[in-house]
Design a protein around this ligand. Structure first.
Ligand code: ADP
Ligand code: MG
Length: 416
């Protein structure tokens, strides 16, 4: 008994190995991030300068921002990001490390690669955000982190970093809904309160319409039943032989094409339900590009002109659907403000069509600036709204990777 593995250690290891593979992986990732943060406190801006000296005439560390700033962390998908924001919602720093180059050759985000890359980047990114803001850890009043929805391994890296900082610094931990933060990016743009409003998030993973009563009360009005709009852009880009991420390339090529060249379906557009479906459209593009299975008619050759026409016709269909559903959501809620965020909102044609809609309906429209459309941590300023309402989270907070779904979809059989 006195030899070999100590009994406590041995039984711990046995318990550990009895856990499922995924649980073991989570535990290891959590432990790894925790250790990294604790040991890497030697990075200058991650050093805790200790309690402020209260002796008269004692020298600094002094900072005008001591205990007044919010650190926001974002790692829900393939961007590792951190931002420092003051109580007036001024963004003092906003650092984003993208992983596009790692996922490009797979044509989409590979979860395992994403979480490993987050693990490597999370501390340098936090460090850079603090340094760019000329801040150190004692300047933080709270730490906010995206906890849902997203890729489980990716979310876990950000959450563990945030928890460790909250624990070590004894400051509140704030749990951010990544999709709601995309809408809050519009509040950051406006520099003032913009609620109540209809909120629309159109990104790689989501196409969600919300009735936003306040910055912290969002009711989901509709979402996609299959692919998200950005995902459709990415998949269609792949069909057309374009690189990942497809949205910006489709937009560029579509500018040379004819949007009426092919008439693609506008799913649900004539129904009052506020849901989306893009998989039928994606298949229609596939058939138009490669030919319909079983058909004797060969497809039109995929010349650069044909690719541009397909890209333009696809983009026109997606934008018709997105703008049409915004219009319906504004009618159904009676709201006079429309907030739009997410990567697809970087599309200039979409922005123009939204502006036309807002003018026609006489509503105020705020679209997040392009750098705030794709994933970033500045939108985690939503954490201030939570803190001001006392909505903080305990240290046993967990990630919620799953997609947000509303009540079962009601089909409107009366129309289209
Ligand atoms: P997620 O967080 O869900 O991955 P992001 O908010 O980071 O999504 O947005 C990325 C998505 O936005 C990708 O699907 C990309 O193709 C799309 N996108 C980016 N720029 C454009 C654009 N100019 N036009 C259309 N889609 C775009
Ligand atoms: Mg996003």
């Amino acid at each position: 008994m006195g030899y070999g593995i100590p009994p406590l250690w041995g039984s711990g290891m046995r318990k550990f190995y009895r856990l499922s593979f995924h649980r073991r992986k989570w535990l290891l990732v959590t432990f790894q991030v925790f250790l990294k943060i604790v040991f890497q406190m030697s990075i200058p801006s991650l050093q805790h300068p200790g309690p402020a000296p209260d002796l008269p005439g004692a020298s600094p560390p002094f900072s005008a921002n001591r205990g007044k700033l919010l650190l926001a962390i974002e790692s829900s998908c393939d961007e590792t990001a951190a931002a420092v924001i003051d109580r007036d919602r001024n963004v003092l720093s906003n650092v984003v490390a993208t992983q596009h180059e790692l996922h490009e050759r797979f044509g989409g985000v590979v979860p395992e690669i994403a979480s490993r890359a987050h693990l490597e980047r999370i501390l340098p990114v936090i460090d850079e955000a603090l340094r760019n803001a000329n801040a150190n850890l004692t300047d933080l009043e709270a730490v906010a982190v995206a906890t849902h929805p997203g890729l489980v391994g990716s979310l876990l890296v950000g959450l563990t970093a945030a928890k460790t900082l909250a624990l070590v610094l004894n400051i509140p931990l704030l749990s951010i809904n990544h999709i709601e933060a995309h809408i809050y990016a519009c509040r950051m743009m406006a520099g003032r309160d913009v609620f109540p409003a209809v909120g629309f998030v159109v990104s790689g993973g989501h196409s969600n319409l919300y009735d936003c009563r306040s910055p912290v009360e969002f009711e989901l009005l509709g979402s996609t039943t299959d692919d998200a709009a950005g995902e459709a852009f990415d998949k269609v880009a792949q069909i057309l032989g374009l690189e990942y991420p497809g949205g910006p390339l489709i937009e560029k090529i579509a500018a040379q094409g004819n949007p009426s060249a092919v008439s693609f379906p506008r799913t649900f557009l004539n129904q009052s339900r506020l849901d989306f479906s893009f998989s039928g459209l994606k298949t229609a593009v596939l058939y138009a590009a490669k030919g319909t299975p079983g058909s004797r008619t060969p497809p039109v050759p995929l010349t650069p002109k044909r690719v541009a026409d397909l890209a333009a016709s696809f983009q026109a269909a997606v934008i018709d659907i997105l703008v049409g559903k915004c219009d319906q959501a504004l009618t159904q809620t009676g709201r006079k403000t429309l907030l739009v965020g997410g990567g697809v909102a970087a599309n200039s044609t979409f922005r123009q069509r939204l502006a036309d809609l807002a003018r026609k309906r006489n509503v105020e429209m705020i679209v997040a600036a392009k750098e705030y459309c794709t994933d970033n941590a500045a939108m985690g300023a939503l954490g201030w709204e939570l803190l001001e309402r006392g909505i903080t989270s305990p240290l046993d907070l967990d990630v919620k990777p799953g997609l947000v779904r509303k009540r079962p979809v009601e089909t409107d059989r009366s129309q289209g």
